[in-house]
Design a protein around this ligand. Structure first.
Ligand code: ATP
Length: 637
């Protein structure tokens, strides 16, 4: 809620004054009550309407997610349904100039107050019509910070345009991943419910014909990934050919999109939409990310050269580079990340171990701390290996990576969202923007390659003021990367070590080792089967007699492996069916009696509180990450 504001007049053409306009002022500076607290009101507050069914409705993720979403029609909007009559307390939103049809949807979503990034950008964006560069922590509501001004602007434009035969493409929203594009669409559709504005998604992995059909309905807002969008533009899609006349452009996760060599199509696209300077000057632009202003320290060897040309890029310089690259016009820059980008409600921790031990610690964490968990890996190969291992260990992991079919990717996200004890094993394709409610844990099975990835991965939990925990697994070769990320994020102290019970861990080891053996044997048997099948086929096709075929491929070795495989599978199954009691367990320890039973009601109470309990003790012997020389992982005896 804005407490004080400075207003500056904006020059407008004389012809507007003749139409009765007194003047327009831009809100240039303002203070707001922290966390958007509402000030005492003289009128009693109305009962707050709880989150609507709409919000609770299970999101259907299938082909329909790609289809054109037509929100309700404004003309059907009955004034008797107005915001006031709906009993919502939306006082905190009232100063932004949002139309009633949008306020009504915000009320139904249960968003009583704007988030800080929304409070700080909406006045300049809606009332001042300024370009916005916004950096705020993960899960802080950046999507609505650009979606609301875009929707408000489109409603005004539609009002003045009247009915035209050919509907304009008003806004383009670009995201780095398909899942994020679909999610942004769902988010916008929810707030555009009563506006009559049409929203469509254009992403790879979907039939081009189908996308052309959607675009033939001329949606006012298109949300897209750059690759597929550019492909359709080049094919001459008539609705997308209007892209150089859009009135609004939002680039979500901008720092990622502008990374060198990441999206060549984005450069081509920007060239096209900035081609006519007069038109592009009229466009309002939105640039958002949690890591927009995150800068990296130079390595020591470069610093020591004392070259004037080489210096640390400041956050301001980084923003300037983005502003220049995108051709923004005197943007309002709002950065509330304090140089880190992670949420205040995030608890951070680490596990240091050898590379071989990572699987033990991972299985330990998943078993001891049930909850909705994302395990991030640095490669598709790692996701596949962990997927196979955890499947053998009955953890039912759901993989997510770029070489999966789009339909399967969405299905796995849907399953993950629908089960509060599910495990998603993902590459960084899931790191940015995904807003899955109530993710309890983020595990970095491999230390992320960049600090940005750490921030975004960790940001899948602890969203919208909820608590969450992120644990980085570090093996010796990953230590330099860990130190760099601590430095970049300005961490004065080393992260606390995640507390682990050694006797439980050794019980886990047996199961993991057995599962690893089975995985290896399965691969051998499968490989032998494939080779034998291939040879058999070749022999048959060539119509030749191969005497030693059977001796080579159906030999004792293969059948021995098959028998061993069956035996080990049985062993593992019986081990997994047994409760994991620590060695010398007397059954009295409260943690074990709760966490080791097959029920999951001790959920999450442990992971966050365990670290919070132990962090002050570890901080007593503060270790600066720069000097950090981790030994074996800290173990609780
Ligand atoms: N004013 C609000 N009040 C309550 N919840 C909100 C509000 N605005 C947005 N949200 C919810 O907060 C969650 C996070 O929002 P959003 O996905 O926009 O975050 P973000 O800042 O873009 O995160 P990221 O950087 O990870 O992409 C969403 O579930 C959204 O519905």
């Amino acid at each position: 809620m804005i407490e004080e504001a400075n207003w500056k007049p904006i020059p407008v053409g004389n012809n507007l004054f003749s139409e009765g306009l007194i003047g327009i002022e831009e809100c240039t500076d303002y203070t707001f009550t922290k966390n958007g607290d509402i000030k005492e009101s003289s009128t009693p507050l109305k009962r707050k309407k709880k989150t609507s069914n709409n919000n609770k409705k299970k999101q259907k993720i299938d082909e329909n997610d790609f289809t054109l979403a037509t929100s309700g029609n404004t003309s059907n909007f009955d004034e008797s349904d107005s915001v006031i009559n709906q009993d919502y307390t939306l006082d905190a939103w009232s100063c932004f100039g949002l139309p009633d049809v949008i306020l009504r949807a915000i009320g139904e979503l249960g968003f009583d107050d704007p988030t800080p990034i929304q409070s700080m950008t909406l006045p300049s964006a809606i009332l001042g019509r300024r370009d916005i560069v916004g950096a705020a922590e993960t899960g802080s509501g950046k999507t609505l910070a650009f979606a609301l001004p875009i929707l408000t602007g489109i409603l005004k434009l539609k009002e003045s345009a009247g009915s035209e035969d050919c509907k304009p493409l008003y806004a383009l929203i670009l995201t780095p991943t398909r899942e994020l594009a679909i999610q942004v669409k769902n988010h916008i559709v929810a707030v555009a419910k009563y506006t009559g504005v049409n929203v469509a998604v254009v992403v790879g992995g979907m039939a081009v014909v189908k996308q052309e059909r959607i675009l033939s309905k001329e949606p006012e807002i298109v949300i897209a990934t750059p690759g597929r969008l550019w492909e359709l533009i080049q094919q001459g899609n008539s609705h997308l050919s209007k892209v150089d006349k859009i009135k609004y452009l939002a680039i979500d996760e901008t720092d990622r999109m502008l990374e060198k060599g990441h999206f060549q199509e984005l450069n081509d696209l920007l060239e096209k939409i900035n081609f006519d300077k007069n038109i592009s000057k009229e466009r309002q632009n939105f640039v958002f990310s949690a890591t927009l202003t995150l800068v990296h320290e130079l390595p020591n060897y470069l610093k020591s050269k004392r070259s004037k040309k080489i210096g640390n890029l400041t956050p301001e310089q980084k923003v300037q580079k983005i502003v220049k690259a995108l051709g923004l016009n005197n943007p309002k820059v709002v950065d509330i990340t304090e140089g880190k980008g992670t949420s205040e409600t995030l608890t951070e921790s680490k596990i240091t171990c050898s590379i071989e031990e990572k699987d033990y610690y991972l299985f330990y964490f998943l078993k001891m701390h049930p909850g909705r968990t994302v395990v991030f890996c640095n490669s598709i190969g790692c996701v596949k290996r962990l997927g196979a291992l955890l499947t053998l260990l009955n953890c039912n992991p759901l993989p997510l990576h770029a070489s999966m079919q789009q339909r399967q990717r969405l299905k796995n996200i849907d399953r993950f969202t629908g089960n509060e004890n599910s495990i998603l094993i993902a590459t960084d394709v899931a790191a940015r923007g995904l807003d899955i409610p109530r993710i309890d844990h983020v595990l970095h099975y491999q230390t992320p390659r960049t600090s940005e990835n750490y921030v975004h991965r960790s940001g899948r939990t602890a969203r919208a003021s909820r608590e969450g925990i992120s644990v980085v697994f570090i093996e010796p070769t990953e230590i330099p990367r860990y130190i760099k990320l601590c430095r970049t994020l300005g961490k004065a102290d080393d992260m606390p070590s995640f507390p682990v019970r050694e006797n439980v861990l050794s019980a886990m080891k047996k199961r993991v080792n057995l599962a690893r053996d089975i995985d290896k044997l399965q691969l051998q048997v499968k490989k032998a089967g494939l080779e034998s099948g291939w040879l058999q086929k070749t022999i048959e096709e060539a119509d030749i007699i191969a005497d030693d075929f059977n001796t080579k491929y159906d030999n004792k070795e293969v059948s021995k492996n098959k028998k061993l495989l069956e035996l080990k599978k049985k062993q593992l199954l019986s081990l997994l069916n047994m409760p994991i009691y620590p060695e010398k367990f007397n059954g009295n320890h409260p943690l074990f009696s709760a966490a080791l039973s097959s029920t999951t009601d001790s959920k999450n109470d442990s992971a966050i509180t365990l670290v919070k309990d132990i962090a002050p003790k570890q901080n007593g012997k503060k270790k600066n990450p720069r000097l950090f020389k981790p030994k074996k992982h800290t173990i609780i005896k």
